[in-house]
Design a protein around this ligand. Structure first.
Ligand SMILES: NC(=O)c1ccc[n+]([C@@H]2O[C@H](COP(=O)([O-])OP(=O)(O)OC[C@H]3O[C@@H](n4cnc5c(N)ncnc54)[C@H](OP(=O)(O)O)[C@@H]3O)[C@@H](O)[C@H]2O)c1
Length: 211
């Protein structure tokens, strides 16, 4: 059975864990304070979930989700993630993260920062523009008319195919924004960030985004 490692057990990480367990995956979920603080969540998630350290979640995950405040991205373990698929949910919030000059001057993007920290990893940006609560309420079966779509971006087509399949299992269509460097098109304050959108609408939002 495929294990999804999750680093960050907050609003998004815990919701991705719920979707993963419901879709038949094993989950190893971690936070900054330690596995003993996650007993309530793993009890809710059931026997296919376990609380872990970030290092263990990175090691045991076939696919690993990084969902921490962006300012902490350098704490993500590098070596155990080598060559894996890492899903990056992170957004830049200067009020929370402090100012990051290369994001302020738009010379890079949030997911490219994580990619630079994890050079051998196949980073796929996903889940960054949907409110956490909607992850478990907006999903619908494949083929549903006007199904909600979510954006992905990444530099590895095989990794994007894996994440597209995962999103489909979770109840969402996918729109591929292209390479990681195109991720700014769905960052905070762009048209596609937040609202419920179909794939067609989201493609229009990505095209209309202004840097
Ligand atoms: N909330 C949303 O609706 C939403 C939507 C899309 C994207 N995002 C983005 O997704 C990311 C996560 O957001 P969130 O709302 O889920 O945040 P959150 O509720 O504040 O949760 C953050 C989680 O990260 C953990 N963490 C922090 N530093 C860590 C580290 N070094 N190692 C392991 N775990 C660490 C925290 O652990 P402790 O609890 O132990 O401190 C906590 O479990 C952010 O970048 C956010 O901007 C959020």
């Amino acid at each position: 059975m495929t294990t999804i490692g999750i680093i960050g057990a907050g609003h998004i990480g815990s919701q991705v864990a719920r979707l993963a367990v419901a879709s038949g995956y094993k989950v190893a979920i971690s936070n900054s304070r330690g596995p003993e603080t996650l007993t309530g969540l793993v009890a809710e998630l059931g026997p296919n979930a376990r609380a872990a350290t970030a290092l263990e979640a990175a090691k045991s995950g076939d696919i690993v989700v990084v969902s921490v405040p962006l300012k902490n991205y350098r704490a993500i373990p590098v070596e155990p993630l080598a060559n894996k698929i890492v899903i990056d949910t992170n957004n830049y919030c200067p009020q929370r993260d402090g100012h990051i000059p290369e994001l302020d001057n738009e010379s890079t993007t949030t997911s490219e920062l994580l990619q630079a920290h994890l050079p051998t990893v196949k980073v796929v940006k996903a889940f960054n523009h949907i409110y956490a609560a909607e992850l478990t309420t907006h999903g619908q079966p494949a083929g549903t008319k006007n199904r909600r779509a979510l954006v992905i971006a990444g530099n590895d087509d095989g990794a994007k195919a894996v994440v597209t399949h995962l999103l489909d299992q979770f109840g969402f269509d996918t729109v591929d924004a292209g390479l990681l460097k195109e991720g700014w098109r769905i960052q905070r304050d762009t048209p596609g960030y937040g609202p419920r959108r179909t794939a067609e609408e989201l493609r229009g939002d990505l095209a209309a985004a202004k840097r």
